[in-house]
Design a protein around this ligand. Structure first.
Ligand code: FES
Length: 141
């Protein structure tokens, strides 16, 4: 083989190697892109989960966020707060009731406005979930 041919083959191999590296880079997760993370990483773009008018003032509504149930409450007109709907006792989903957020498994009751334990056996409050209002849209995440 002539040196020119070897040079051409080497050039092709180098170019192929660089192409492979670029292809790998294109497939690698992008740490700066929150959309590439897990759906409940907490850095995702806020998602509309409810409409303010659907949540009773002084009450709450159970909604889904990225496949997980959360509770959105409207303690006073025009303000919203949210909590994980997973009971801190043994993990059953709580439901909004007249008297608070009730767990059907062992009877824990949580405050609708704060997520605090009102009645055990749970001892820890429901973890808060960040929510904001965009007009009458409740945005979470
Ligand atoms: S899981 Fe909710 S009270 Fe036990």
């Amino acid at each position: 083989m002539s040196p020119a041919i070897n040079l051409t083959r080497r050039t092709l191999l180098v170019a192929g190697g660089a192409g492979s590296a670029l292809a790998l880079a294109a497939c690698a997760p992008d740490a700066t892109n929150p959309a590439s993370g897990s759906p409940d990483a907490g850095t995702a773009t806020p998602t509309e989960v409810a409409t303010l008018t659907d949540i009773p003032v002084g009450g709450a509504q159970a909604v889904m966020l990225n496949g997980s149930q959360i509770i959105v409450s409207q303690p006073t007109e025009g303000t919203v707060v949210a909590f994980s709907a997973i009971c801190t006792h043994k993990g059953c989903p709580v439901q909004p009731q007249q008297e608070g957020l009730a767990c059907p498994c062992h009877g824990s009751l949580f405050d609708t406005a704060t997520g605090a334990v009102l009645t055990g056996p749970a001892t820890e409050p429901l973890p808060p979930v960040k929510v904001t209002l965009n007009g009458d849209k409740v945005m979470a995440g």
